[in-house]
Write a protein that binds this ligand. Structure first.
Ligand code: OGA
Ligand code: MN
Length: 192
């Protein structure tokens, strides 16, 4: 799978993979989402702006991940090494958080690379809810730099998307079921 992802990134700048996390492990992860989450903020000042994003998040320490996520964190390390070897991206670290979008929430179109901090290079999202149907919405829509839609992705349970943070504005369409994910970014600097 790592090889396929690297090929996709090289060819088109993004990769979508299904069945990355199997059903039984999604069930193991469910209790993590019952813990306390904080309202997500916007930009480096982390202001709460519900007209822009309505998700709730919980930051994780990648060095001490919850046991249920150890495989994913290891996979991300392997992926980061592969990107460095193949593309000389100079990735040094990653950050990640759990996110849940309550029914009725969304995240308006944005770019992940922050204006004040350009070290965010690769964005990744694992979809960790146990069920998802077309009627639940919540699609991730990727745009190119000309604001044309490239791909609309239904967040299927256990699937994952990874893309170059700078190149793809994106949005999360309104969902009608609680939408759960592990979301994060690989950086070209060590995070403290
Ligand atoms: C984000 C984001 C997309 C998704 O958290 O920055 O764009 O599909 N998430 O959850
Ligand atoms: Mn984003």
């Amino acid at each position: 799978m790592i090889d396929q992802i690297a090929q996709d990134i090289h060819r088109q700048g993004w990769s979508y993979q299904q069945n990355v996390v199997d059903k039984s492990r999604l069930a193991t992860m469910a209790p993590m989402f019952e813990a306390e989450f904080s309202p997500a903020g916007v930009g480096s000042e982390k202001q709460r702006v519900e007209e822009i994003r309505g998700d709730w998040i919980k930051w994780l320490d990648p060095l001490h991940p919850p046991g249920a996520l150890e495989q994913e964190i290891e996979f991300l390390r392997d992926l980061q090494n592969e990107f460095n070897q193949r593309f000389y991206l100079g990735l040094q670290d990653f950050e990640c958080h759990l996110a849940k979008y309550p029914p009725g929430s969304f995240y308006k179109k944005h770019v992940d690379r922050l204006a004040k901090d350009s070290s965010r290079s690769i964005s990744f999202i694992f979809y960790l809810h146990q069920e998802w149907n077309e009627a639940d919405g919540g699609e991730l829509v990727l745009y190119n730099k000309d604001d044309e839609i490239i791909k609309s992705i239904l967040p299927l349970p256990g699937s994952m998307i990874i893309f170059l943070s700078e190149d793809f504005p994106h949005e999360v369409k309104v969902c009608s079921r609680e939408r759960r994910s592990l979301t994060g970014w690989m950086h070209t600097k060590i995070l403290t």
